[in-house]
Structures are given as structure tokens and as C-alpha cells.
Ligand binder design. Structure first.
Ligand code: GTQ
Length: 365
């Protein structure tokens, strides 16, 4: 914990006689007051999370080399972790609660079946022909698809295509590890069942109504195809521009209109798809600048299509296709679509479901 020099009214550890400190140590005791401002800083939490940009071109090259250096049998999951330097590289944290990894599967390879307590999602970045088998449902992996492997569901990855397939893993591993609840089990092989959640829940507002075999699935939909998410974003953007009314120029969209933002939800309950992290699809209209308010959760942005100028406090950079970045909580983030003619599309992950459940969620505007 960091100590705040400005608050020098509280006693320091060094103010105490060494013999007294030794007595405390021997009994597994520590005085609170020297560390009080560290654990409860004034106004805003101390955040280790640093704004970090991981260009895809750099990850890709190193990941392809990992494919040459390490056979899948020696890796199980061939992943390069996107580690936030603020958390220390070995801690495998993008933020306090989020883990990011870029995973490579080569044609013919299998990442064997297991299940674990952390929740994961996959955002497919590149390549055709791979699939994730999760809870018996075979989910084809295509660019931009979001595939859930929630806590406790068996999952494995396979690849019947010709070229490397790469996807972004987002897990709540840091939080689950922190709570000393992280473990995995190796599985028996899964048989493929017919269920295809993404076909059953193909249109918003309409859900299957089983009479004879009611389902009690906690995760009824496991694959969210990008084609559907993109169509929904384009449709929402049309609806919002109609709502704004005619006569208002489209040219100076300066976050005045509502953001074109969708949350990935459980189609039966409307709740966030997973318990701890939240997932969203965001469209930036041509030339749009969107200023996201300072909210308590840290955020991750992954560019699906187009290019976005990102500004987080004094840091700025451009996300090109397949780039990923993260920003700390309690910090405003400005996103600007670099194109004046085409929309830009991003995948967003954050810690909002966790913060809401804990009662610490804040939007500071
Ligand atoms: O694909 O199951 O990036 O278990 C980290 C842990 C991916 C996976 C990761 C995992 C997986």
C-alpha cells in the first residue's frame, strides 16, 4: 500500500520504539495508523492499473513464434498474457479483476477439456475453422464472436481450418485467485449435444417458451455472433438518430446524442452474461467523439473494426483493428472514431457487475 506524504499528522512506524515493534511482530500484530491513509486514501482509490496499449501486430508476431517454440501438448493453452505493468508482469492482471490473454490454436490442435472456477469469455480475433465446445454446445469461432465459458462449465477448443486462429481471452481470474477460490479440474471428453443457444435466441425480445422440457440453464446462450451484434448496433444507431429528430446536423456528433452501446446479457433474465465482468459492443458513428464518464470500474477496449483515437488523462494512442487497451477506474476515457465516413466497432469489458454487487459502483460523470 502506498503511503501519502501529505498526511503527515498520523504517526509513522519509525516513531515507535523498535522493541515495541518487535513485540508486535512476534504476535502477528501491526499498528493501523501508519498505514491508514494507504488503505483509505482521500477522495479517490489508489489504482495500480495503468493505461496500457497492446498493439495486435506485436502480439501476433510473438504468438506465432510461440506456436513454433511450444507444442500445444506443452502449453495446454498457448496464451500470451496481456499484463498490466502497474500490477507487476508476473501477476497476470490487466486490472484488479480482469485478466487478458491472446490465445493461438494451430490447425488440427486441441486445447483439452477442463473446467474452472473463474469465468472466461473469448473474443475471436483472427482465423476461420476453430470451435469451442462448452457445456456440450459446439460454438464455431468467427471474427468478433463472443463465446462464454462461464464458471464450472466444461470447455475445450479445437481447430478444423487451415490457418492459425487467435482469440482474446477475458477472465475474472485475478479476483477469483485473490479470493482463494481459483482451481481447475481436468475433464472427461464431452459429447456434443444439439443445443445452439445463439439460434434459439436469435431475436431480441423473443425467447423460447418450453412447455414439455423447461430448461434450467444458468447460461442459456453461449455464443453471441458478431454478425448479430453488429446488425443490432447499426439498427440502434438508426433508432437513436430518428429519436434525435430531423434538422439536427449529423456532423458535430460530440457525445451529445446517446452512445450506440449494447450490453451482452442473458436473454432469459436480462442480467449481465457473467457474474463478475461486464461485456459490451460499442459503435462509434463516423467522426464521433465519445467521452465516457469517470466510473469506478476499470475498462478494456478491443477494436473489432475501424480505428479509434483513445485518450485517458495524459495518455493517448490509436487503436487499429485487433488492438487492445485498458484504462483504470475512476477515469474518464475519450474515444474518437478516426473515420469521417464509416463507423468504428469496439468490444468493451469492465468490472461493473462486480462493483454493483459489492455496492461500490460509482459514476462520477
Ligand atoms: O482457454 O480455458 O487465457 O483456462 C487462461 C486460462 C485461457 C482456456 C486462458 C484458461 C484458458
Amino acid at each position: 500500500m502506498q503511503e501519502h506524504d501529505r498526511f503527515d499528522t498520523l504517526g509513522r512506524l519509525e516513531d515507535l520504539p523498535q522493541t515495541y515493534r518487535d513485540e508486535l511482530t512476534k504476535r502477528n500484530l501491526v499498528p493501523l495508523w501508519p498505514s491508514l491513509r494507504g488503505v483509505l486514501p482521500p477522495n479517490i482509490p489508489t489504482r495500480k492499473t495503468q493505461t496500457t496499449h497492446w498493439p495486435y501486430a506485436e502480439i501476433r508476431e510473438l504468438l506465432i513464434r510461440a506456436g513454433e517454440l511450444t507444442p500445444i501438448e506443452k502449453a495446454e493453452r498457448r496464451v500470451l498474457v496481456l499484463a498490466n505493468p502497474g500490477h507487476g508482469l508476473t501477476n497476470m492482471q490487466a486490472s484488479a479483476a480482469m485478466y487478458l490473454g491472446m490465445q493461438l490454436l494451430l490447425p488440427g490442435e486441441i486445447a483439452p477439456v477442463h473446467r474452472h472456477t473463474p469465468n472466461a469469455v473469448r473474443m475471436v480475433v483472427e482465423g476461420e475453422g476453430a470451435w469451442t465446445l462448452v457445456g456440450g454446445e459446439k460454438c464455431p469461432m468467427q471474427r468478433g464472436d463472443l463465446i462464454l465459458t462461464p464458471t464450472g462449465l466444461w470447455h475445450e477448443h479445437g481447430h478444423d481450418g487451415q490457418d492459425p486462429v487467435i482469440w482474446l481471452d477475458v477472465l475474472d481470474l485475478p479476483l477469483v485467485y485473490y479470493t482463494e477460490t481459483s482451481y481447475h479440474l481436468e475433464g472427461p471428453s464431452q459429447s456434443v449435444s444439439e443445443g445452439q443457444g445463439f439460434k434459439s435466441f436469435a431475436r431480441g425480445g423473443l425467447v423460447p417458451t418450453p412447455i414439455f422440457q423447461p430448461s434450467s440453464k444458468a447460461y442459456p446462450m453461449l455464443r453471441y455472433p458478431w454478425a448479430d451484434a453488429k446488425a443490432a448496433l447499426l439498427s440502434l444507431s438508426e433508432a437513436l438518430s430518428e429519436r434525435k429528430g430531423k434538422g439536427e446536423g449529423e456532423s458535430e456528433i460530440e457525445s451529445k446524442g446517446e452512445a450506440v452501446l449494447l450490453t451482452y446479457v442473458n436473454p432469459e433474465t436480462g442480467a449481465d452474461v457473467e457474474n463478475i465482468l461486464g461485456f459490451y459492443a460499442l459503435m462509434l458513428r463516423p467522426a464521433e467523439t465519445l467521452r465516457l464518464p469517470a466510473r469506478s470500474p476499470a475498462q478494456v477496449f478491443h477494436q473489432i473494426e475501424g480505428q479509434t483515437d483513445v485518450q485517458v488523462e495524459a495518455t493517448d494512442f490509436t487503436l487499429v483493428e485487433a488492438d487492445t487497451c485498458c484504462a483504470p477506474g475512476y477515469t474518464a476515457v475519450t474515444l474518437k472514431n478516426r473515420s469521417a465516413t464509416t463507423p468504428a466497432f469496439l468490444f468493451v469489458a469492465d468490472e461493473a457487475p462486480l462493483h454493483r454487487k459489492l455496492g461500490v459502483y460509482e459514476n462520477r460523470g
